[in-house]
Design a protein around this ligand. Structure first.
Ligand code: FAD
Length: 441
């Protein structure tokens, strides 16, 4: 416990060297590395450039210890340095052939505060949700998903998509196997992250509430890992009557919608999933999106490697008797009894429905950082309609350029792709920087 000054005056707060906000794949990878699971390279690995290869061999026993700016000087992106060892080829490699290994070292003093348990948003996706990419792309290197499948008697293909019922237990087992659970507090919502007053030893004050008891707790820390994920601030639909009881703001399972006619509002992958699943169990679906038909059809065409997009192809080339698509359209009002007003390119129309599902995505909750003033963002867009404002970071350490000591994890950091395979290796840059600064590596 430490005594700190904050807005309320003199306070006793719990101090930790590092506070990790968010228990998704982004936060978990940093937690395991800070817990002391440090990577090293073994065997016959190879990097594309001879210069980087020599550098890697020189540091292979402790790649967290060197300053990754050295890699930038050699024109090699530090995040790629680790990603290439974890995923040197497209397909999964059996765990015993990995050239990336881990050994246990002293732990740093870290604490994770998170609303959901390990696995982050995967705890709340639709009950039948599959991943968009293969199992081994979703894994965190410290505990291979192949080992988890084997240990739990799951006979699964590492190169196939994963069901969330396999993925969430994997992230839970990851926390258990690596000894993280004693330092993870779930059901805790962080409400603000602020600079500590100059009189304090710590750098940050983190305020939180317990989601059950609503009891507030204040922490102080020297480093923050900001892993709140891409949907921590859900977008709000600008329409009247949004609180009608037939309107839900997240899709879970067809059983939750006993009536026949369901309106789905969205246009991204989550809305596509909901509309299709509802349609395929026999509902009549009206699917409203603001984008034009050509944008949606391009996503469907470009995603034919995924089973549910192949199914979209079949629905669109079929008779579409129970799937009404309204492109370039906007829901403006929900009235009692399921009457909904929609503005379409042909004019305003009203339809009668039993349920409405809003799946319009969200953004990282950057409001938590409001007290740091304006932040510098990089507008990241991908071909599959994921879009996010990423915090601009030092590409060697992933430390925010605006907030020293704060590290966005997951794809809230510039320089990652928009997937777990794209951002996971960032955990070694973040934890490596903290471990070097605290003398633990
Ligand atoms: C339907 C769907 C399918 C997807 N499919 C794929 C896929 O196939 N492959 C892929 O790579 N990615 C996929 N994604 C992207 C997904 O974002 C990543 O898989 C991954 O979950 C991101 O990890 P994260 O740690 O950054 O964030 P999250 O998983 O969102 O975890 C962040 C966690 O932070 C916590 N949190 C948020 N705000 C606070 C707060 N104020 N206080 C305390 N805790 C807080 C919550 O517990 C939250 O769950 C998909 C996403 C969705 C919605």
């Amino acid at each position: 416990m430490r005594v700190v000054w904050n807005r309320e005056g003199l306070n006793l707060v719990e101090h930790h060297s590092v506070i990790i906000v968010g228990g998704g794949p982004g936060g978990l990878g940093v937690a395991a590395t800070l817990e002391g699971w440090h990577p090293h390279f073994v065997g016959g690995y190879s990097f594309p450039s001879q210069e980087v290869q020599q550098f890697a061999q020189q540091h292979e026993n402790n790649p967290l210890a060197f300053d990754p700016h050295e890699l930038l000087k050699r024109r090699h992106r530090p995040i790629e340095f680790f990603r290439m060892r974890h995923h040197p080829i497209q397909d999964a490699i059996p765990p015993d052939e990995w050239t990336l290994k881990f050994s246990k070292h002293r732990r740093a003093d870290w604490l994770m505060l998170t609303t959901d348990g390990p696995g982050g948003l995967w705890n709340n996706v639709p009950r039948e949700q599959m991943t968009l990419g293969p199992a081994h792309w979703m894994e965190l290197a410290h505990y291979p998903i192949g080992r988890f499948f084997k240990q739990t008697g799951r006979n699964r293909d590492l190169n196939a998509l994963v069901h969330r019922d396999d993925l969430v237990p994997y992230y839970q087992a990851y926390a258990e196997e690596l000894g993280l659970n004693d330092h993870i507090r779930t059901g805790i919502r962080v409400t603000s992250i602020e600079p500590a007053d100059d009189d304090n030893d710590a750098r940050f004050i983190v305020s939180s509430i317990d989601q059950n008891s609503e009891a507030p707790t204040t922490y102080s820390c020297d480093y923050v890992v900001f892993g709140v994920g891409p949907r921590s601030a859900l977008r709000k639909l600008d329409a009247q009557g949004i609180d009608q009881d037939y309107v839900s703001d997240a899709y879970t399972h067809p059983d939750d919608y006993p009536g026949d006619r369901v309106l789905v509002i969205g246009g991204g992958r989550s809305a596509d999933w909901a509309a299709q699943e509802l349609h395929d169990v026999g509902h009549t679906v009206v699917y409203v999106m603001r984008q034009q038909a050509d944008v949606h059809l391009k996503l469907i065409n470009d995603s034919q490697h995924l089973p549910y997009y192949r199914r979209w192809g079949e629905i669109l080339t079929g008779d579409q008797a129970r799937m009404g698509l309204l492109y370039g359209s906007k829901v403006t009002a929900f009235e009692s009894g399921g009457l909904v007003s929609i503005t379409t390119p042909e004019g305003v129309t009203q339809i009668q429905i039993d349920h409405a599902v809003i799946e319009i995505g969200g953004d990282p909750d950057y409001q938590l950082l409001n007290s740091f003033g304006e932040l510098t963002f990089h507008a990241k867009r991908d071909n599959f309609r994921f879009q996010i404002n990423q915090m601009v970071v030092d590409q060697a350490t992933f430390e925010s350029v605006d907030i020293p000591g704060l590290y966005p994890a997951g794809y809230a950091a510039q320089g990652t792709g928009l997937s777990v395979i794209g951002f996971h290796a960032g955990c070694f840059l973040i934890a490596g920087d903290i471990l070097r600064r605290t003398g633990l590596v």
